[in-house]
Design a binder for this molecule. Structure first.
Ligand code: ZN
Length: 104
């Protein structure tokens, strides 16, 4: 199911605020994680090509900018991930996981 059409933005904002405060205390890449989370929120709310896959507990994301498709949970296939950096795909997967835990 496409996420942006069903997401409750208030709950997402709460989950994101918690994630940002945790990320700000991260031992490394704190600023990159905070930025990744902020971008993830925008994508979750607006990207019509983002689908949660409940069996694999991963987020399928079509990047409209690059045309690439990513399957994110703890890992990702993007360039940032391959260089060891935070990416919004993983941030989005984490946010959606927390969101689903919150509403269920
Ligand atoms: Zn990624």
């Amino acid at each position: 199911m496409t996420i942006n059409t069903i997401i409750d933005r208030e709950i997402l904002a709460e989950v994101a605020a918690e994630a940002i405060s945790k990320a700000a205390d991260a031992p490394r890449d704190a600023k990159r994680w905070v930025n990744a989370i902020a971008k993830a929120v925008v994508e979750i709310e607006n990207n019509p090509f983002m689908t949660w896959q409940s069996v694999s507990k991963s987020l399928l994301i079509l990047s409209e900018r690059t045309g690439n498709i990513y399957t994110a949970n703890g890992v990702c296939q993007c360039e940032a991930y391959s260089k060891g950096f935070p990416c919004y795909h993983r941030a989005a997967a984490r946010l959606v996981t927390r969101y689903l835990e919150r509403i269920h």
